[in-house]
Design a protein around this ligand. Structure first.
Ligand code: PMV
Length: 310
């Protein structure tokens, strides 16, 4: 029996613009995770048990392009396995689905790691990341690859699409409160909507992407130098640009506003938007108050997480 787990993640800066080649910053969230256990099955076939998504099926019965089925096939293919053994694959997760916390990528990565290890050929991280990116395309259409990258390596990253991810050095630890709108919002849709918007006036929207990119650059410098005070205003400016891109929502704006009013140094939506999660930067003594304010303003759940010094 082999078990592997993978953390959740949040994007700190640069979502959406990252799809258009601008930099973004993301960090793992270890308070939530996906876990896969692989065992030999007494029944013939490869059986998948993922109760949270009501999936109980044999691999060959899954439709083509099913992300979990695809992840398994990609591993078999990578390992050159023509006839796999009989397996039971159990998948569980504490990461909210379709909410910007990387649930799909975390499931994929825990699955790739557990399955390849069970088959006696643990894949190195670079290969895990490459396989997971293939699966991300099935979830998201045209993903930048940031989710699979930060979750595979399990540490903060500075990410530019198509280049090797760089570790993001954190000069001083800081605390984030993550607030969940409770609204499931598929990233595929918001990414497609931004593309449609961009096509209406590429020059205008490229400028917005440039502004988001330069915020992400400034944030990288501030995080590396431990200048955490600079991050709040950068988060607020990034949120305003995401509003302009039409990917915020009344619920996200309400949580962002509530966090600021309760004393957060800055707040923004995180991930694809339209629903899902927002993040607020808080001083240690303000975490509890901001968390309560978010719940009062309608958050379905809050997570307080520390981005540790590296
Ligand atoms: O919704 P999430 O957290 O999976 O993030 C998506 C981030 C986008 O920049 C909107 C899309 C992408 O592929 O990078």
């Amino acid at each position: 029996m082999v078990t592997a787990s993978a953390p959740g993640k949040i994007i700190l800066f640069g979502e959406h613009a990252v799809v258009y080649g601008r930099p973004a910053l993301a960090v793992p969230v270890n308070r939530v995770s996906a876990e896969t256990t692989v065992t030999e099955s007494p029944r013939p076939g490869v059986w998948i048990h993922a109760p949270q998504v009501s999936l109980e099926a044999e691999l060959t019965s899954l439709p083509p392009g099913h992300p979990i089925g695809a992840a398994i096939q990609i591993v078999f293919h990578r390992l050159g396995l023509a006839s796999p053994p009989d397996l039971d694959i159990h998948i569980t997760s504490t990461i909210p689905i379709a909410s910007g916390l990387g649930s799909g990528a975390a499931v994929t990565i825990s699955l790739i790691r557990a399955l390849s290890a069970f088959l006696g050929r643990s894949l190195p991280s670079d290969e895990v990341n490459a396989c997971a990116y293939e699966v991300e395309k099935l979830y998201h259409g045209t993903p930048s690859g940031i989710d699979n990258t930060v979750i595979t390596y399990g540490r903060p990253v500075y990410f530019v699409k198509g280049t090797s991810p760089e570790p993001l050095h954190v000069g001083r630890s800081f605390i984030l409160v993550i607030g969940d709108t409770g609204i499931a919002a598929p990233t595929r849709q918001s990414v497609a909507d931004v593309r449609a918007l961009w096509q209406t006036d590429p020059r205008r929207w490229e400028k917005v992407f440039d502004q988001i990119g330069s915020i992400a650059q400034s944030a990288r410098q501030a995080i590396e130098r431990g200048n955490i005070e600079a991050l709040g205003p950068l988060m607020n400016a990034n949120h305003a640009l995401l509003q302009e891109l039409t990917v915020s929502s009344p619920e996200l704006d309400q949580l962002v506003q509530a966090a600021r009013q309760a004393g957060a140094a800055g707040a923004k939506l995180s991930g694809g938007g339209r629903g899902g999660n927002m993040i607020a930067l808080v001083a240690p003594n303000d975490a509890e108050r901001v968390a309560q304010a978010l719940l009062l303003a309608g958050a379905r759940g809050v997570i307080v997480t520390e981005v540790e010094q590296t």
